[in-house]
Ligand binder design. Structure first.
Ligand code: BEZ
Length: 258
């Protein structure tokens, strides 16, 4: 398997694991929808540093974790040497034997070519196999994206091509799944305000980790200035009692291959 598609980003596996643990901590909720059973073959698509892959393994399933970023795979292997991890592309991966389930937490908002990812997932499943996913849905981090775009436009930087994310509505994503032969049995879009670690530095750290494409091409001074403007703009909306609360909205899907 190779190259799970995550656009250029400053993916630092150690930083991700230490400072952004909320990504998989929230994902534990999604495991209830997967409900992995002993002996099932399951792929964790976009496994990051492997924490949820390990939970699936603990249920007795035969799980493999894949991720685009080699640094994540390296860290996942270091964390859980008894589990198989490999690099792969969500838009274009193949498996040796059809799977019982594909699980994916907080990854598919990086894959703008949703059709290709759905086709790969579909061909990897057995008939009756399930696709259980959660990622950013319509309106996700809208205030943060708007603040970044406004701050950049204020210094005459065009922003049309900088947004790396795909945040679909339920209608849009369910339609894509149905068109490719899935039965969508559960779909939900919900706000999940997400506290960021590190107090006042939390927003700058989040932008550095997840929104660095907006800052590509700027000098270090410009980056610092843009982040300062973004923080000022967002403080009245997303900063409370010494902590940032990111305006996350999640789409959660369970679909069955027909
Ligand atoms: C999310 O999990 O919703 C997300 C993470 C990073 C950037 C944008 C969205």
């Amino acid at each position: 398997m190779n190259n799970l598609s995550i656009p250029k980003n400053s993916w630092d596996a150690a930083l991700y694991q230490d400072k952004h643990a909320f990504v998989w901590q929230y994902g534990e909720d999604l495991l209830k929808f997967l409900n992995p059973q002993p002996g099932e073959s399951i792929l964790d698509l976009g496994c990051g540093t492997g924490q949820l892959t390990e939970k699936i393994a603990q249920a007795g399933a035969e799980v493999m974790g894949v991720d685009f970023a080699p640094a994540m795979i390296e860290k996942a292997r270091e964390n859980y040497p008894h589990i198989s991890f490999d690099a792969a592309d969500a838009r274009n991966f193949q498996v040796d034997k059809p799977l019982d389930a594909v699980f994916s937490n907080a990854v598919l908002h990086w894959v703008k070519e949703a059709d290709s990812a759905i086709a790969s997932i579909h061909q990897s499943l057995k008939p009756g196999g399930r696709f259980v996913a959660e990622f950013g849905g319509k309106g996700n981090v809208q205030a943060i994206a708007t603040a970044l775009e406004s701050a950049l436009e204020a210094i005459n930087i065009p922003t049309q091509t900088l947004n790396p994310w795909y945040f679909p509505s339920i209608g849009e994503y369910a339609t894509l799944l149905e068109q490719q032969g899935f039965d969508v049995i559960h779909a939900m879009l919900f706000a999940r305000p997400t506290p960021l670690a590190e107090g006042e530095a939390g927003m700058a750290n989040w932008i550095g980790m997840f929104a660095s494409s907006f800052l590509a091409g700027l000098s270090s001074e410009q980056q610092i200035q843009v982040i300062r403007v973004v923080e000022e703009y967002l403080k009245p909306i997303l900063y409370q009692q010494g902590s940032w609360l990111a305006d996350y909205r999640r789409i959660r899907i369970v679909a069955i291959k027909l």
